[in-house]
Design a protein around this ligand. Structure first.
Ligand SMILES: Cc1cc2nc3c(=O)[nH]c(=O)nc-3n(C[C@H](O)[C@H](O)[C@H](O)COP(=O)(O)OP(=O)(O)OC[C@H]3O[C@@H](n4cnc5c(N)ncnc54)[C@H](O)[C@@H]3O)c2cc1C
Length: 415
């Protein structure tokens, strides 16, 4: 059986290893278009702050790992997939036949349509190549503007601030991390980073980037402000890498549509990771969920099914944990609540602590927290386990801080 995997990020690597473990005889080809060994984008902030070197970003630290497992690493870019002939054509013209194909090509960072965005000192922060370019320019006291304060933007912000740059963040939403945090939580994070010396403009867009003297830039915002800067980092969201599937018959919505087995609309083709749009944990409707735990879970499920097993995903769940200049925040599941549900919010603005719990019937379906460094895993456990809270729900509505006791009480009872 010949398995070809397009994309050698976490999803591709985990799938390749799972295939090998279960089928020692299979031919496993892992194709990637970036130079160097497979690496983790999640490690980029640690590279930027000097906590690790480039080797520290590699997904597997032993250089002989893939060879020992008999996984064939191949450098190349998939250009086309011919589903009838069952082969992938690479940009260099080479053809790769397959019996089962896994698409794990991830996503790319979006470049917004802003005049001047092609300037040499504008960078995205998505690949190792981006990180190298940023490391050269984000020197102490450099004036840096960051476009976007979403999940990835807030992670990058932390790394940039640690490098000692003068940082200004521009976010078009009304708060920081607007697609991950409630209004109160997003505003609390903004207050915190402002206290730490980062300037934040919310409800503002970058309208143009113009050249200034000595390689510097002038950035015009929709709120009328003009910012001078030496470096602009673009963190405006991501989009699945699906261009090479044009004409293949693989159905695509926002990303590749997959069933609960990670199978695409073409039976012998599977997909996993940031490239997919899989059923949401609660809604069952296709959602994009570009986070690494999701990529890892989907990869294991896809690999099992590629080998003929019957593994099904529970549904894609939002799991977000952030450390923003020392302030720990998290959100899980349907953190924004659902119609007909109940919720409770606890706000301690001076103490920078916050907790929001969202319920449907007697189940916790979502949560947002700030300043809780212990036990937040219990929130995830209650949500992911769909634990019936019974009498604990009323107690949590009274005092949401009791979530750990509720977890121990109700999850253990269920077990
Ligand atoms: C700075 C940063 C910090 C992050 N921090 C976190 C975090 O704290 N928590 C979290 O959960 N997630 C985080 N993420 C997101 C996380 O890295 C992604 O969810 C994860 O990498 C997805 O894995 P993947 O294998 O699906 O895709 P990717 O890691 O993107 O890997 C896909 C690979 O496929 C290759 N490829 C694409 N197209 C082709 C083609 N046509 N032919 C051949 N190869 C191709 C790509 O070049 C890439 O190497 C972070 C991301 C960044 C950039």
């Amino acid at each position: 059986m010949k398995h070809v995997i397009i994309g050698n990020g976490p999803a591709g690597v985990i799938a390749a290893e799972s295939l090998r473990r279960a089928d020692p005889a299979a031919d496993v080809v892992l194709l990637g278009d970036e130079s160097g060994p497979p690496y983790s984008r999640m490690a980029i902030p640690y590279l930027l702050t000097g906590k690790i070197d480039e080797a520290g970003t590699h997904l597997r630290k032993d250089a002989g790992h893939y060879k020992q497992l008999g996984i064939r690493l191949m450098k190349g870019r998939a250009k086309k997939v011919d589903t009838k002939a069952r082969r992938v054509t690479l940009a260099n013209g080479k053809k790769l036949p397959y019996d089962r194909l896994l698409i794990a090509s991830g996503a790319h960072a979006v470049q917004p349509d802003v005049p001047g965005i092609e300037s040499p000192n504008v960078h995205r922060c998505w690949t190792l190549a981006d990180a190298r370019a940023i490391a050269k320019k984000a020197k102490p006291a450099a004036r840096v503007v960051q476009l976007g304060a979403g999940f990835i933007g807030s992670i990058i912000l932390q790394a940039l601030a640690e490098r000692g740059v003068k940082l200004t963040v521009v976010e078009m939403g009304d708060r920081m991390v607007p697609r991950m945090m409630t209004a109160k939580a997003g505003n609390l994070i903004r207050l915190w980073v402002e206290k730490k010396g980062v300037q934040v403009h919310v409800n503002a867009r970058v309208e143009s980037i113009a050249k200034a003297a000595k390689g510097a830039m002038e950035v015009k915002l929709s709120n009328g402000r003009t910012l001078g800067c030496d470096l602009l980092i673009c963190a405006a969201g991501v989009r699945p890498n699906v261009d090479f599937l044009e004409g293949s018959g693989v159905k695509i919505g926002g990303g590749i549509l997959v069933d609960e087995r990670m199978q695409t609309s073409v039976p012998e083709i599977y997909a996993a990771g940031d490239v997919t749009e899989a059923a949401g944990f609660y809604s069952g409707k296709p959602v994009l969920n570009a986070i690494q735990p999701n990529a890892a879970d989907q990869a294991r499920i896809a690999a099992a099914n590629m080998l003929g097993a019957h593994a099904a995903a529970q549904g894609s769940l939002a799991i977000n944990v952030l450390d923003t200049l020392g302030l720990i925040s998290s959100s899980f599941g349907q953190w924004q609540g659902v119609e007909g549900g109940d919720g409770v919010e606890l706000v301690d603005e001076p103490g920078f602590r916050y907790l929001s719990l969202q319920f449907k019937d007697d189940t916790l379906i979502g949560a947002t927290s700030i300043g809780w460094t212990e036990h937040v895993g219990a929130l995830r456990g209650l949500i992911q386990g769909r634990v019936r809270l019974g009498g604990w729900k009323a107690r949590l509505l009274q005092d949401p801080t009791q979530f750990m006791a509720a977890y121990l009480g109700s999850a253990q009872k269920a077990a």
